[in-house]
Design a protein around this ligand. Sequence first.
Ligand code: GLN
Length: 538
Amino acid sequence: MPRFIFIAGGVMSGVGKGIATASIGRILKSKKFRITAIKIDPYINIDAGTMNPVEHGEVFVMDDGTECDQDIGNYERFLDETLTSDNYITTGRVYQAVISRERDLGYQGRCVEVVPDIPNEVISRIKRVAKNTKADFVLVEIGGTVGEYQNMLFLEAARMMKLQNPQNTLFLLVSYFPVPKTVGEMKTKPTQTAVRILNGAGIQPDIILGRSVQPLDSPRKRKVSIFCNIKSEDVFSSPDVDSIYQVPINYENEGLGNRILKKFGLRPVKQGLKDWKELVRIIFNSNKEIKIGIIGKYFKTGKFTLMDSYISVIEAIKHACWHFKIKPNIQWFSSEKYEKFPEKLKELKKFDGVIIPGGFGTRGTEGKIKVIEFCRNEKIPYLGLCLGMQLAVIEFARNVCGIKKASSTEFLSKCKFPVVDTMIDQKKLLKEEKYGGTMRLGAYKCELKKGTKSFNAYGRKKYIFERHRHRYEINNTFRRKLEEKGMIMAGINPKRDLVEIVEIKEHPYFIATQFHPEYKSKPLNPHPLFREFIKTCL
Ligand code: GLN
């Protein structure tokens, strides 16, 4: 019988609901329960595929090709589970399903209304995940904050589920407790307000998780208990941490897991976070440092620098470093700098390795090509991801094969030497301006070439499956020429004969992939290509 845990945010966003959800999942999984997690995003977009990474953060891709919110990435990393499209709900998806059912006479002629038909569709989606995964616990994170228009119908769905099945449904509020500098005291009012708003929606939280710079003390817990109509022992602390991987351990130290089990009438189960604790020990006790440069362009918004656009890449680097008990020192640079000031390329010599991650559009690409040329010549370990591979091929075509005008039709539509180009099916989609969900997405088979570095990294497997998100490919017309000059096509998609991995000889590590290995890296199980990259950097 599945149990449902709804996780909603207080009046402030960006306080780490996704990590809270993922951490609760990890704890319950470590207690030997079967877990799945759903992310609800209240926007109209069908998926995150068309969103700007600077505004929305990374677009994560699942095996089945769904382009989704980066929280799904956190769930997969913490839970070590492969999720599917069903685990991602948006307002757009819900309305689209209801409207198309109405068009198909699925409501048998009756008037279809926002309430209850929209919450009912949400409920049926949540229950479908429970049924398909046979999970003991389904965690449902409701995006946004309480009180906003956008997520009201999702809260309504949650309320209706609790009404139907009170013993199997739990509400958890993740709320921020500010400590204003001028006052120096932790304030509970935003949480009181959040609970009032939730009460207005017919929901009483069963557990409150207090996000703050420091743990909640007993006077605060008592206050929350009185004003928010909740027992003190149901108020938990979630103080700021230096590493997100500490969070499950902190929750367990406060006994959150067993409290949740008790709420469902289940017996307590001993803590099972041994491997996780060992990981955190390594995170904080590794002294030897390694310097990795990421060259991208989705970093800046106004006066702020973001890392969220490349979160899976950053996590994958960390996972691989921790595997060798070393500390990653990751620095990011905007590639445009190297276009204006090529003499700055020299600074890359101070790095143990360089990564060029995915990207779209022309801006910054010439700078990245310069970086790749520098890494190739100076034998700096290089890992190219998607765009990072396409540019590596362009660089090689220009500077090694002598095709000076080599480029991609993404940057130059009438390019004479399109070493990177679209397939015919993509040309048609682009012409019709059909952008959403039409790239080459999700897991595809790749055959590895024996004897290559990639083949060895993957443990000499013949076939691997990796996740894609791109519209352009290496143009097979140029393949022979590239190979003649020493580029190795180390991975090929057998069905469509597409290049998936390139390597070059006589270089400590120069591997670039058309797919995104970073999506599949896990904290306790780093991705082989990242692991070997870091090993070489070391
Ligand atoms: N812009 C390139 C393409 O569409 C690369 C995409 C990526 O790096 N994810 O093929």
